[in-house]
Design a protein. Structure first.
Lengths: 181, 416
């Protein structure tokens, strides 16, 4: 048994904690992270090509425009509000979309719903330059290539935030809507 | 075939003809009380058989000897046939008795083995069964009596030991339950979904199944702690099994992320844990490697011996995914259990991590390097814990990711 005073260990421990706190206290409250700002340079018309779909059988469109998915993406929140709103199917599901400006959208999916993502910035030689933080979203993957009018968003309490959960709901005759429940 | 008679009937007629020519008789199947049951052409019962010496007919019990048969047949013309028949009946009866006896004995053995196996299974599987619980309590009490009172430990340690083992047991059961739920859910989905979603359901079932398996192992280890506190061999075997499980899960998910680092921990019933280390991830499809530095902070609670302790240790974590960023950044939950390793006074713990909002599984093993506590010298320190962790990384390519999460941790730790 190593004889180190309990009080001494306590002091060291809290010393480290306070030091760490000092570092992170200087981080501003929101949107301090510079790389996510790149999202503002994108738009619904930005084209994409799926670089990686994992697993390969996921029904994701491999090319097209971001469409309504971009609108949903801009409603992101902090990781503290990361929640799946669909049942966890326990499968590793993710896609990497290569955008027209060489940026990659790295999206984690559960049951057809994107629930967090990050941006990866590449230079013209396809060399990774930097990555953003992870951000929470709740976007239906079917929103890719769709118009904003086909998107239906509902605000929900997710963790420590209230954020919209957006699903693909095309405008159709009422009878078909009823059939879908 | 005689006039369309069955082979048995034909044989009976043949034999009766032969017997008549020899001066004796053999009773035909038509005289049998239950021909189909006996399935033989001559009347036979459980007690014996009929035999004729040409003039008299006698019932030969199976208790009779061949000498009795010989006396009865005398010098009649049917002697040879009768002796032959009686001999075959008696020998057949004996063989049948032997077979029956063997069957009974082996059947008993099987039933007994089955009962033992069932009892063992119910110990690990059906934790809700009151009989299992009673069994566990008995075994636990016996374990304490044999292992603890001899080593001179007192009530408090015993109680915490029980709590630690039970906690591990419950944690494992919960994990197993989750796996079972996955399995059931995916089975349900798989039953009516087709196409690619069907494949997804199958994958889900596989994962649910392995989770169930891992849960059983954890529960099993917990039970091992309760019932056999002195032995760690079983726990080691569980460790090997768990390793195989992790390997297969990683291969299925297409990669691994391995993280190792030093931890500092303060345990005053609630736990605070900080860790800093390096990670390496591999994508098995593209063979891309990534490496960097990770930091985590964990807050949680412990079931175990109430003994305020400050310690540092070494942790090894394997996530069964190549997406190191998803695995290491953000909030996660970790459920684990441990005990002191032999007589070193230092704890070894194993834990299951649920990261990325439940999308990623990880497995962590921590060994304590040094500790300082108010009470020292415990041979054992069983414990089970549940922590919430916050992680961030500094990646060689991505830079600092997840600083917000660490900040959230510090706010949680020190208050807003």
């Amino acid at each position: 048994m190593i004889k180190v005073g309990f009080g001494k260990a306590l002091v060291i421990f809290f010393g480290v904690s306070v030091f760490a706190f000092g570092i992170f206290a200087i981080i501003p409250e929101k949107d301090w992270e510079p790389r996510i700002k790149h999202l503002k340079k994108l738009s619904a018309d930005t084209t994409f090509a799926a670089e990686r779909i994992e697993p390969e059988y996921l029904p994701i469109q491999s090319t097209g425009r971001l469409g309504a998915f971009y609108s949903c993406l801009t409603k992101y929140g902090g990781l503290g509000s990361r929640r799946m709103t669909r049942p966890n199917n326990g499968i590793e599901e993710w896609v990497i979309l290569k955008l027209q400006d060489n940026t990659r959208l790295d999206i984690r999916i559960n049951n057809g719903e994107a629930f967090f993502f990050s941006l990866k910035l590449y230079d013209k030689n396809n060399t990774l330059q930097a990555g953003s933080d992870l951000y929470a979203i709740n976007c239906d993957m079917e929103l890719l290539n769709k118009s904003d009018s086909d998107m239906h968003c509902e605000d929900k309490v997710l963790g420590n935030e209230i954020r919209p959960v957006c699903t693909y709901r095309p405008q159709q005759p009422p009878s078909q809507d009823d059939a879908k429940g | 075939m005689l006039n369309g008679a069955s082979p048995q009937a034909a044989k009976a007629i043949e034999l009766q003809t032969y017997a008549r020519e020899s001066g004796g008789t053999v009773e035909a199947v038509s005289q049998s009380a239950d021909a189909t049951r006996h399935g033989s052409f001559a009347y036979d019962s459980d007690d014996g058989f009929w035999l004729s010496n040409g003039s008299d007919r006698a019932f030969i019990g199976y208790g009779a000897s061949m000498n009795d048969v010989s006396d009865f047949l005398g010098n009649s013309p049917a002697r040879d046939l009768g002796m032959q028949y009686a001999s075959s009946r008696l020998v057949a009866k004996q063989a049948r008795d032997n077979a029956f006896y063997d069957g009974v004995v082996s059947g008993h053995a099987k039933v007994r083995a089955d009962a033992i196996r069932r009892a063992e299974q119910s110990q690990t599987l059906n934790l809700n069964d009151p009989r299992t619980q009673a069994l566990m309590v008995n075994a636990a009490v016996a374990g304490y009596r044999d292992n603890f009172f001899e080593t001179g430990l007192k009530g408090l340690e015993l109680a915490s030991y029980a709590v630690g083992g039970a906690g591990l047991l419950l944690g494992g059961a919960r994990l197993a339950g989750r796996g079972a739920m996955e399995l059931a859910k995916s089975g349900f989905r798989g039953s009516f979904i087709h196409g690619s979603s069907k494949t997804a359901a199958v994958w889900s079932a596989t994962k649910g199944g392995t989770q169930l398996y891992a849960g059983y192992q954890v529960a099993d280890a917990g039970l091992g702690m309760l019932t056999d506190p002195s032995g760690t061999a079983a726990a080691m075997r569980q460790g090997i099994k768990t390793g195989q499980h992790i390997y297969h899960e990683g291969v299925r998910n297409g990669g691994f992320t391995y993280a190792t680092g030093v931890t500092g921990e303060l345990d005053v019933g609630t736990k605070v844990n900080l860790a800093l280390g390096g990670y390496l991830s591999v994508d098995l499809k593209t063979m891309d490697f990534n490496y960097g530095i990770y930091g985590t902070g964990e807050l949680g609670s412990k079931l175990g011996l109430p003994n305020p302790t400050a310690s540092r240790g070494w942790e090894h974590t394997v996530f069964t995914t190549s997406k190191f960023q998803d695995a290491l950044v953000g909030k996660y939950s970790i459920h684990g259990a441990g005990d002191n390793y032999r007589n070193t006074g230092r704890a070894l713990t194993g834990a299951y991590i649920s990261a990325a909002g439940g999308a990623i599984s990880g497995y962590q093993f921590t060994s304590e390097l040094k500790n300082a506590s108010i009470k020292t010298g415990f041979a054992r320190d069983p414990q089970a814990y549940t922590n919430f962790g916050y992680g961030a990384i500094y990646d060689s390519k991505l830079g600092l990711v997840g600083a917000d999460t660490l900040k959230e941790f510090l706010q949680e730790l020190l208050g807003d």
